[in-house]
Design a protein around this ligand. Structure first.
Ligand code: LIP
Length: 264
């Protein structure tokens, strides 16, 4: 079996176990561990526990690989492979009991920077919804055994996903961007979990997605899902503190880039 398929299967196996832990902890009741950049940017005890489970499993299975996790930071790679992990993406949804949360695990090769790395494998599990999205480079994207493809036509306009940062200072600018892209949209969804937004683009459940200010672990797995489902992913304003991620099928991705270029 190829390296990419091996990594995908390992990511899927660990994602299932980690997702079940997250789901169980949610049922038991969520305790806030801390806030981060702002009062609304929260981390729960479950975030930390799930990331520790993932890190321990990966250390056992592939001891020389690097790690970049939302809660426990980074470890350099001896193998050239690094795991980029968001233990609970959609943390606020998780805290409120909204089922749109996921565990996102990606294996990348090379420089551990979005846009520079080569993503090799991905697993995004939504445990409350019973769905596991996976991808391996060159092997397609899959949802529970069904091959995925991005949407290619938007006769009534595009169904777009987006999101906003935790810092209220950024909301006005983001809302101006929303106003601009609504000219090509039939409607908008704000689900609060970037990896699921990207998984839904890969599955054709969204025609496109854009969001400023995502962290590497928010996008690493979902971006590969989109690309392996025939879609395009771009990261704009990479030198800014809040790069813009744009994802979709070729038509929607191109239209979004054009509208955003007019904005700047
Ligand atoms: C979240 C993203 C979401 C974004 C939120 C937050 P977290 O990640 O998945 O798309 O809008 O501001 O960044 O914090 O739940 O891992």
């Amino acid at each position: 079996m190829s390296l990419e398929l091996d990594l995908r299967d390992l990511a899927a196996d660990i994602a299932r176990e980690a997702g079940e832990l997250a789901r169980r902890r949610r049922q038991e009741g969520v305790s806030l561990a801390a806030t981060k950049t702002t009062l609304s940017d929260i981390v729960t005890e479950a975030d930390r526990e799930v990331e520790e489970l993932i890190r321990t499993r990966l250390r056992a299975e592939r001891p020389g690989d690097g790690f970049l996790g939302e809660e426990s930071g980074a470890a350099s790679s001896e193998t050239g492979i690094t795991w980029v992990v968001d233990p609970i993406d959609g943390t606020v949804n998780y805290a409120y009991g909204i089922p749109l949360y996921n565990v996102s695990i990606a294996a990348v090769r090379g420089v551990v920077e979005p846009g520079s790395w080569e993503a090799l494998a991905a697993a995004v599990v939504a445990p409350a919804l019973g769905e596991l999205f996976t991808a391996a480079r060159g092997e397609g994207s899959w949802l529970d055994g069904v091959r995925l493809a991005v949407s290619t036509e938007v006769p009534a306009g595009a169904l777009l996903g987006t999101g906003f940062g935790y810092d209220p200072e950024t909301h006005d600018g983001d809302l101006l961007t929303v106003r601009r892209v609504m000219t090509m949209a039939r409607d908008l969804r704000r689900m609060g979990a970037a990896a699921l937004d990207l998984a839904y683009v890969a599955a054709g459940r969204l025609d496109g997605y854009l969001e400023r200010g995502l962290k590497p672990w928010d996008m690493a797995a979902g971006a590969l899902l989109v690309e392996e489902a025939g879609g395009r992913v771009s990261l704009l304003d990479v030198e800014s503190p809040r790069p813009m991620l744009v994802a979709g099928g070729t038509l929607v991705h191109g239209r979004l880039l054009n509208l955003l270029a007019e904005e700047s």
